[in-house]
Design a protein around this ligand. Structure first.
Ligand SMILES: Cc1cc2nc3c(=O)[nH]c(=O)nc-3n(C[C@H](O)[C@H](O)[C@H](O)COP(=O)(O)O)c2cc1C
Length: 179
């Protein structure tokens, strides 16, 4: 029988994103997140759940800006590397080999190799169990044209964003069907 504590393994696979942040000293960071979801169309809001010991938690709640970057299968190894611990003596962005570009409206950079980037201002942050639920207001979006269809959807079968199953296991189940 499945254990209650393993419920998150049953809500899988989950879209996995790279969140870029900047701390109060101007140091940029990247962290992998799969507790992420849109929660409102108007205003446009995104929810992230972040552990309170994470460096990205401090940056998000103090600088109050972040970028949600949607990776592709091509950079799966970098997605995994960005899930490693923060080290004040080196850059996780450089260590993962990720290229950055300035964002339009927020200080943290966006990631050049990602299919899409969503710039956010922090609207709210509240404790939710052992994580902090951060609500970000979307203030700018960017999509790599090669991954965009005529309706404005991500071409998921081309971008093939990694979906997290658990630990170091990812799924790429991309067959699209219209109903
Ligand atoms: C696939 C994957 C998904 C993750 N999802 C989350 C998440 O949703 N929230 C979170 O706080 N940490 C999550 N983590 C763990 C963080 O990425 C990890 O703790 C990272 O070291 C945090 O870095 P930071 O201290 O520089 O912010 C995830 C890690 C991986 C590999």
């Amino acid at each position: 029988m499945a254990r209650v504590a393993d419920f998150h393994r049953l809500l899988a696979p989950r879209l996995t994103v790279l969140v870029t942040t900047m701390d109060e000293r101007g140091k940029t960071d990247v962290s992998t997140f799969d507790f992420v979801s849109p929660v409102s169309f108007d205003p446009p809001l995104i929810m992230l759940a972040v552990g309170p010991k994470k460096h990205s938690y401090w940056s998000i709640t103090r600088v109050k800006e972040f970028v949600v970057n949607v990776p592709t299968e091509k950079i799966l190894d970098k997605v995994w590397s960005a899930g490693g611990p923060f080290d004040p003596n080196e850059s996780k962005i450089q260590k993962a080999g990720l290229k950055t570009e300035p964002s339009d409206k927020v200080r943290p950079p966006k990631l050049s190799e990602c299919a899409a980037s969503i710039e956010c201002f922090v609207e709210d942050a509240r404790k939710s169990g052992d994580h902090i639920m951060v609500i970000g207001r979307v203030v700018a979006t960017h999509v790599n044209e090669e991954y965009l269809d005529a309706k404005g959807n991500l071409k998921v079968d081309v971008a093939r964003p990694p979906l997290h199953v658990s630990e170091n296991l990812f799924a790429f189940p991309y067959v699209t069907k219209s109903v």
